[in-house]
Ligand binder design. Structure first.
Ligand SMILES: [Zn+2]
Length: 203
């Protein structure tokens, strides 16, 4: 009854999600997928990092690191990101801007301590090994070095029917000129282009 239906539409949603992710990365253009299933509202937002952050690489300066952490916090709290019309509670957030803690703290430190004493020679070679290791670990998954998207996903639980959302991040991301929005609910589906002048999506 309800469960099989949910399973089917979630499958449908993930295939659409895949299609969204497979689209071209165009600066100034974001994508939003909205799916409503009973009392659950799922939002998936994809933004070029160039517009969301101003750079498309790992943070290199303290300033870049702090703007990335700030944005991560904004996404986590949904502060000026997306307003949902209705009695909705944010029950889940996922985004690709993980806070960067100190990766440099590695096994090497532990190894160092464990070997403090009279194992100087063994320690030196271990040191070299670990050093080499450290330099590789951080750069996995960087095949696309030139461009980067940021993805945010929200799950809302809503007490009453939702018939629209407003994207409230245009003001803080002036280079973001449009978001292609796609919505799927039990009533149907549609496409709409959102912008600073037209930030509200209704269905
Ligand atoms: Zn780019």
């Amino acid at each position: 009854m309800k469960k099989p239906y949910l399973a089917v539409s979630l499958l449908f949603f993930s295939s659409v999600g895949f299609a969204v992710n497979a689209q071209q990365h165009v600066h100034g253009q974001g994508e939003l997928l909205v799916s409503q299933e009973g009392s659950m509202l799922h939002l998936q937002l994809v933004l070029p990092a160039a517009d969301a952050l101003g750079f498309e690489h790992e943070p290199e300066t303290t300033e870049q690191l702090s703007s990335q952490n700030l944005l991560a916090e904004r996404f986590t709290l949904n502060t000026n990101v997306i307003d949902v019309e209705g009695k909705c509670e944010l029950v889940g957030v996922e985004h690709t801007l993980e806070a960067h803690d100190d990766h440099n703290k590695s096994d090497h430190e532990d190894a160092h301590e464990a070997h403090s004493g009279d194992h100087d020679e063994a320690h030196e070679s271990e040191h070299a090994l670990h050093k080499e290791h450290d330099e590789h670990d951080e750069h996995e998954g960087h095949e696309e070095e030139k461009h980067q998207n940021i993805e945010v996903e929200y799950q809302f639980h809503c007490d009453d029917a939702v018939s629209g959302i407003t994207v409230t991040l245009f003001e803080s991301m002036p280079s973001l000129s449009a978001i292609q929005a796609q919505w799927i609910t039990e009533r149907g589906q549609g496409l709409s282009e959102l912008s600073a002048g037209q930030p509200t999506l209704r269905w």
